[in-house]
Design a protein around this ligand. Structure first.
Ligand SMILES: Cc1cc2nc3c(=O)[nH]c(=O)nc-3n(C[C@H](O)[C@H](O)[C@H](O)COP(=O)(O)O)c2cc1C
Length: 184
């Protein structure tokens, strides 16, 4: 005796959603995330003058310790998608609460997002943002088209942690926060 299939006619295929996009977004936004800026460069141009590109992304998460894998996803509509798809590496920079300006800059600015921003270059020549809480230099291992996004899985070649132990930037319910310990 098993449980009856609640909807035998849709076995193997999801039923149409019973909600609209705004409701889905509101529900998803209850999940608190950190905020990252992911950087690469337009590798298809010659390395010397390949411009840097970067976007704000909250879809970052860990996947595997051995091998060290992380994931994030990017909208098909993003202008820099071809650069991230085609590049061999990218850097995931984990933002501190003091870096809200960078979060907004890399989400909205149309011009050179790196102008006036402090960074140093990684082993593969990509921008590591100064004062990021942590950074992960990833080989662009695999990409999966799903719906209106591409899921990127990166294999981490190098990573670093900022010594200051600063507070993280947190995004939840459409608002930016930082953390407070519930217990000491
Ligand atoms: C807090 C926050 C989180 C975001 N997370 C993502 C994300 O995970 N994936 C994504 O594609 N866009 C995300 N965005 C939107 C991009 O940062 C934004 O569309 C950016 O302008 C894309 O740059 P581009 O069009 O130059 O590639 C986020 C924006 C904000 C403010």
């Amino acid at each position: 005796m098993g449980f009856p299939d609640p909807n035998p006619s849709s076995r193997g295929q999801a039923a149409a959603p019973d909600f609209d996009a705004a409701h889905f977004r509101r529900a998803l936004s209850q999940f608190a995330t950190g905020v990252t800026v992911i950087t690469t460069r337009a590798f298809r141009q010659s390395p010397a003058d390949a411009p840097f590109v970067g976007i704000t992304a909250s879809s970052f998460n860990s996947v595997s310790l051995d091998p060290p894998l992380v994931l994030w996803s990017m909208a098909h509509a993003a202008n820099s998608l071809p650069m991230f798809r085609g590049g061999s590496h990218y850097i995931v920079n984990v933002l501190a609460a003091t870096q809200l300006d960078l979060c907004q800059r890399f989400a909205t600015l149309k011009g050179d997002r790196f102008a006036g921003v402090d960074y140093r270059l990684s082993a593969t020549g990509l921008p590591i943002l100064s004062n990021a809480l942590a950074w992960f230099e990833c080989h662009n291992r695999s990409r999966y088209d799903e719906g209106d996004h591409v899921i990127f899985v990166g294999e981490v070649e190098r990573c670093g942690v900022h010594d200051s132990g600063g507070l993280p930037l947190v995004f939840q319910g459409g608002t930016f926060w930082t953390t407070n310990p519930l217990r000491d």
